[in-house]
Design a protein around this ligand. Sequence first.
Ligand code: ZN
Length: 155
Amino acid sequence: MASTDVETNVVECPNCGRRNRVPTIADGVPQCGDCGAALPWIGVAGDDNFAEVVDRSSIPVVVDLWATWCGPCRMVSPALEQVARDLAGRIKLVKVDVDKAPAIAERFDVQAVPTLLVMKNGQVVATQLGAVPAHMLRAWVEGALAEVARSSSGT
Ligand SMILES: [Zn+2]
């Protein structure tokens, strides 16, 4: 549908500081319009656009299934955003408010929040239930990326 609004965020380039508009749905990886550096890719999704934002993403997606009333979620979300900045160009971070996305909560059988997923091509590669410290989040994501790389190399 041409009328569908694609959400965009303004992201400051970590390399040169230029402010770029980054769409939640795009082919490839968002890059800075000035210097070409990969930009952190952070967006939100719900029942109506999860397939486009996550399942059809060109790069692995870290899905943060959270809720507004969840205290640990408020610690995990900024830590995940830091991971998304550190791994810009390699992952997309997508936050899903499970109270507003009942179909997504059901699809992944979410019993508690936060539930974190790493997904590639619509498949769950890794799952993390509950909050973990920032440095462990980064290690968990990198482990999942290594898994994705192994499986996509065909061996
Ligand atoms: Zn730049």
